[in-house]
Design a protein around this ligand. Structure first.
Ligand code: NAP
Length: 290
């Protein structure tokens, strides 16, 4: 489980007076049961937002809901789906907006009027192994997972963002999207998100919709790649951290989640079209080469 804060005193030290918070904001986050997505969902709920999230496995969604206190649980809407399955993501966005409208008492019989204030396209990953192993289908699947689902999410939500008078969209890129490291199909897809955000920031600016990319560095997530490497091959892990991470430790999912929530908030109304690395000045994305 990703903690919302490393310690209570940290929150007191780092939440400045005047922070507008996220109370009442309606946000859709894809992939919210693990890692960064889970961290963003928990932080948004803690900040008072209504949150809709999805994952393929309902067990993870149930566990997320069960772990929350009553008030936060009441503001969470979940659905089990694969974001690459045609139509499912679009239906999820519609259901989330309707649900938020009903919870807020704004249901008016016209579901097209139910607005959304924010999106986080967090699902991502790579398919097919190395460049040599990956075939055309793997490249297409990697593209769809990272770029296709992101574009379809924004497109499906656009009328809802407009209905809210504008909103904030955060795309989740990667250090692999701007610094070379294998596998190529992943880096290429993540780099496309930089262009997508820059382009949509211009196109949707007149609608007061902001679009930015947050590019995490290697995050230490329980049970995932870097955590497994740390336990199974500590010498290789230490060598990687020593060579590529100048602060001596990888960025945490919570540090990245805080940046995502800042971009979703009204303190970031001047920020759009930005590619923002949150990686503690990491150099190479992985120890696997280049
Ligand atoms: N981990 C890192 O070090 C790192 C570094 C840089 C960038 N990133 C990026 O950060 C984002 C989050 O990565 P992460 O490692 O924190 O999380 P993750 O372990 O990849 O978890 C992804 C979440 O998305 C869900 N998910 C995966 N595929 C899905 C699909 N096809 N449809 C619906 N839900 C799906 C998962 O639940 P189910 O399995 O139940 O579907 C889970 O809730 C990704 O875009 C990744 O590329 C990660």
């Amino acid at each position: 489980m990703v903690n919302v804060d490393e310690s209570p005193s940290l929150r007191e030290r780092y939440v400045p007076a005047g922070w507008p918070g996220m109370r009442g904001k309606r946000v859709v986050v894809t992939g919210g049961t693990r890692g960064l997505g889970e961290g963003v969902v928990r932080l948004l709920l803690a900040e008072g937002a209504h949150v809709a999230t999805c994952a393929r496995r309902s067990a993870g969604l149930t566990a997320l809901g069960d772990s929350l206190a009553g008030d936060e649980r009441a503001r969470l809407f979940t659905d089990a789906l694969d974001v690459t399955e045609p139509g499912r993501l679009e239906d999820f966005v519609t259901a989330a907006a309707k649900r938020f409208g009903a919870v807020e008492g704004r249901a008016n019989g016209r579901d097209d009027m139910d607005g959304l204030d924010g999106l986080v396209a967090c699902v991502g990953g790579s398919r097919g192994g190395t460049f040599e192993q990956a075939d055309g289908a793997d490249w297409a699947a990697t593209w769809e997972l990272n770029v296709g689902h992101t574009a379809r999410l924004v497109r499906a939500a656009l009328p809802r963002l407009r209905a809210a008078g504008g909103g904030s969209v955060v795309l989740i890129g990667s250090v692999s999207g701007w610094k070379p490291g294998p596998p190529a199909q992943y880096g290429v897809a993540k780099s496309a998100l930089i262009q997508l955000a820059a382009s949509l920031a211009r196109e949707l600016g007149p609608d007061r919709v902001r679009v930015n990319v947050v590019a995490p560095g290697s995050m230490l997530i329980p049970g995932r790649r870097w955590d497994r490497m740390r336990r199974e091959d500590p010498r290789a892990y230490e060598a990687f951290v020593g060579a590529e991470l100048p602060t001596g430790a990888p960025v945490t999912p919570h540090e990245v989640a805080r940046t995502v929530v800042f971009l979703l908030s009204d303190w970031a109304t001047g920020v759009s079209g930005v590619h923002l690395p949150v990686d503690r000045a990491q150099n190479a994305p992985s120890p696997d080469g280049y």
